[in-house]
Design a protein around this ligand. Sequence first.
Ligand SMILES: [Fe+2]
Length: 142
Amino acid sequence: MLRDWSDIYLVGIAEIDRQHQGFFIAAHRLYEEILDREGKSAVVEAMTFMREYAEQHFQTEEAFMRRHDYPGLKEHLRLHARFFRHLDELDNDLMIFGPSQDLADRALDITQDWLIDHIADEDMLYSLHVKAGGSLEDAAPV
Ligand SMILES: [Fe+2]
């Protein structure tokens, strides 16, 4: 199910919050292009956009966690890597079977729903770590 962005997903770090909203948009675009089923190239473009957006976003987060000596970095990196594995599997199935409602639902599950859970379970932790250690003034991402 498509969900609207909500401020309950904010982690309190402006750049990362902005990117999370962009991630949502990329996830919705992918879902809608898969459902549309008409333009194969539009699905490929939406998939590429999702992948590149996630790469850029994860780089921002990872640089931020390193800068603040976040102790959960290694585990967090593992979760980011797993996201790409799921995206690869979806990409593969799209090539083999073509777009369908099932694959659109799965796309939403591994992008939008994944992000919602990831923010609540993981991103909030590094945000709390930074907030506990100092002001967010000097916690701006690189
Ligand atoms: Fe993350």
